[in-house]
Design a protein around this ligand. Structure first.
Ligand code: NAD
Ligand code: APR
Ligand code: ZN
Length: 248
């Protein structure tokens, strides 16, 4: 594994632009369960009950209660060493750095990253279905407030600003993410199983465009076949090792 980390560090040293894709695995060491695999969220909660537009329309209060429950857990989570390595990479690469995340836990921003593309939204954001305003609101709603009242138009037709199963992602955002995958020198995937599209297609775009693709994951994933190198291990250990070789 060390050899592969050294090779990835050499490739990154020569790069001008790096694009990083993260998934739930990078936040596991922060105490936030991943979605799949053992103790994954979808093994405990039914997607159709909590993470689809239909579920929300059927019982908005119930979906809000579930997201508030997750928000309370996530609010206590702190970024881990893997997150801070990405902050350091942004400091080194400046505007040659792009971070695309499927995570809604806000931990990349909390760690200090500035250029974060949140493909699936952000659990601390509220979207109003009437005035379409999206606002970042760390308030944890008391149950009697659910759904929360929009602070702009006072409507209570508000939803968590996250992408649910079956929903399309923001097309401009996914176009930008695809362009970032196609225009980088090095593409780094961290902690994603490659379980859902279109995020899972980004490493393939980078590979098709002849970029160096490296994956950091606790196990092989659907992304691995598009990676030049796969570094198996916990990102909170392997990413600091990468940074160590990068800054030698
Ligand atoms: P999916 O694999 O079925 O497809 C993702 C969605 O993105 C589809 O509905 C499709 O319309 C759209 N899409 C696919 N390719 C696209 C492209 N090139 N450009 C624009 N849109 C494209 O995913 P899914 O399992 O139906 O879940 C939908 C999305 O919501 C996924 O990205 C999933 O990760 C996300 N999700 C988020 C949460 C959460 O809690 N944040 C929970 C469940 C799902
Ligand atoms: N370090 C590195 N990788 C890890 C670690 C770790 N410490 N722990 C787990 N992993 C890896 C697992 O091996 C797995 O491949 O993280 C990945 C987590 O995969 P998922 O649980 O499927 O999460 P993710 O890939 O982010 O899911 C994509 O699906 O349900 C939707 O919107 C949801 O954004 C999510 C999307
Ligand atoms: Zn409103």
């Amino acid at each position: 594994m060390i050899e592969r980390i050294k090779k990835a560090a050499d490739k990154i040293k020569k790069a001008k632009r790096i694009t990083i894709l993260t998934g739930a695995g990078i936040s596991k060491a922060s105490g936030i369960p991943t979605f799949r695999g053992e103790d994954g969220l979808w093994g405990k909660y039914s997607i159709s009950e909590f993470a689809t537009l239909e579920a929300f329309h059927k019982d908005p209060k119930k979906v809000w209660q579930w997201y508030n429950y997750r928000k309370k857990l996530i609010k206590q989570a702190e970024p881990n060493k893997a997150h801070y390595v990405l902050v350091e990479l942004e400091r080194i690469f400046k505007d040659g750095f792009a971070l695309i995340t499927q995570n809604i836990d806000n931990l990349h921003t909390k760690a200090g990253n500035k250029s974060v593309y949140e493909l699936h939204g952000n659990i601390f954001e509220v979207k109003c279905l009437i005035c379409n305003k999206i606002y970042h609101d760390q308030t944890i709603y008391k149950d009697d407030q659910l759904p929360p009242k929009c602070k702009y138009c006072q409507s209570i037709r508000t939803r968590p600003n996250v992408v649910w199963f079956g929903e399309s992602l923001d097309v401009e955002l996914i176009k930008k993410a695809m362009a970032l995958a196609a225009s980088c020198d090095v593409f780094i995937s961290v902690g994603t199983s490659g379980g859902v599209q279109p995020a899972a297609g980004l490493p393939k775009i980078a590979q098709r465009m002849g970029k160096y693709v490296v994956e950091f994951n606790a196990e092989y994933s659907a992304i691995s076949m598009f990676a030049d190198d796969v570094i198996i291990g916990n990102a909170e250990k392997t990413l600091p090792m990468l940074l160590n070789y990068l800054t030698r």
